[in-house]
Write a protein that binds this ligand. Structure first.
Ligand code: NAP
Length: 316
């Protein structure tokens, strides 16, 4: 409470006056012999102080406005699994904000090309890049291709992901391996291969798409929840390793979003998800994309190692 009052006081014009810089021209600046007159608050000094306060306030407003505007012009982004679903929405959102975007896919070349065409229609450069994120070799080649064709990399979104659901008792080892290799090792492979390019670009934003299943677990998804929880550990570790190089690393944890990935889930389960969501609806790919764009921007320059749930309040 006391802290709150102190913070409010810090925002009053009196406080602004005490930190407001004196104008360079000397306008309003008291000369040695005039100090007494200044202390008596004559009207001329008051009006120049007011101008200083306003000037300071305006400069604050300017900084705030500029930093909250998300402008990714001149940035190059790579979105893994950008051919469909959430990844496609992320690729389009980043492009709509000015970035050139490489769209990675595994096997669906046509869908990847559709994303690329939509980005071109937004007036941005884009290429599709085939690579299985499970393969370190393929990922290295992908990063090389992206930097050669679009220029240095600034934004990396690890979105490629799959599910192979089943209760522990019945889960096959290959389903465990496949999900861990794609979701977790895939993100590791891409960050490892991309980090030099990100450092070189002097602007690094890594956003990993995890899931609320990785935050709170989910029956029938031990492989997926483990991979997504692992991504959170990866996010925090990378944030600590690369922070000194000006690279942030954060995770976005979507709730239930209708895509190909969730298309086979029974309607009853979907309705159950809505019932447990305070905002009363399912998420959309665009909801997730907006959060990613924020974390990829200047507006989030002092945020790293965080997990941002985009789930309508389903878990907190
Ligand atoms: P989706 O529609 O099934 O799309 C999956 C994307 O990942 C596709 O672009 C696919 O490429 C790509 N992909 C899969 N395996 C790959 C591999 N080995 N190498 C490279 N790319 C690969 O899934 P989504 O729902 O948009 O999910 C996107 C991300 O959000 C995933 O990480 C998922 O876990 C996460 N997520 C989703 C939800 C949800 O409710 N949908 C909730 C929480 C988190 P192709 O097109 O070439 O197959």
């Amino acid at each position: 409470m006391e802290e709150g009052k102190r913070a409010m006081r810090a925002l009053t014009p009196t406080a602004l006056r005490s930190v407001s810089p004196l104008p360079k021209s000397g306008e309003g600046r008291p000369k040695a012999g005039e100090r007494a007159a200044t202390q008596s608050h004559d009207s001329t000094t008051n009006s120049s102080r007011t101008r200083n306060v306003l000037r300071f306030k305006n400069s604050l407003h300017h900084i705030f406005w500029r930093n909250t505007m998300i402008d990714l012009t001149g940035k190059v982004a790579l979105v893994t699994g950008g051919s469909r679903g959430i990844g496609r929405a992320i690729a389009l959102q980043l492009a709509a904000l000015g970035a050139d975007v490489a769209v990675n896919y595994q096997g669906n070349a046509r869908a990847a090309q559709e994303t690329v065409d939509a980005i071109h229609a937004l007036g941005r450069k884009s290429i599709s890049v085939q690579a299985d994120v499970r393969s370190a070799e393929a990922v290295e080649a992908m990063i090389k291709q992206v930097t050669q064709e679009l220029g240095n990399l600034h934004i990396l979104v690890n979105n490629a992901g799959i599910t192979r659901d089943g209760l522990m008792m019945r889960m096959k080892e290959e389903d465990w391996d496949m999900v861990l290799d794609t979701n977790l090792k895939g993100a590791f492979n891409v960050i490892k291969a991309a980090q030099r390019a990100l450092i070189k670009g002097r602007y690094g934003r890594i956003v990993n798409i995890t899931s609320i299943a990785g935050v709170s677990g989910n029956a029938g998804q031990s492989n997926y929840a483990s991979a997504k929880a692992g991504m959170i550990g990866l996010t925090k570790s990378v944030a600590k390793e690369l922070g000194s190089r000006g690279i942030t690393c954060n995770a976005v944890a979507p709730g239930f979003v209708p895509t190909d990935l969730t298309a086979t889930l029974p309607e009853e389960l979907v309705q159950e998800a809505v019932r447990h969501t305070p905002l009363g609806r399912l998420g959309t790919s665009e909801d997730v994309a907006k959060a990613v764009a924020f974390l990829a921007s200047d507006a989030a320059e002092f945020i790293t190692g965080q997990v941002l749930n985009v789930d309508g309040g389903m878990i907190f």
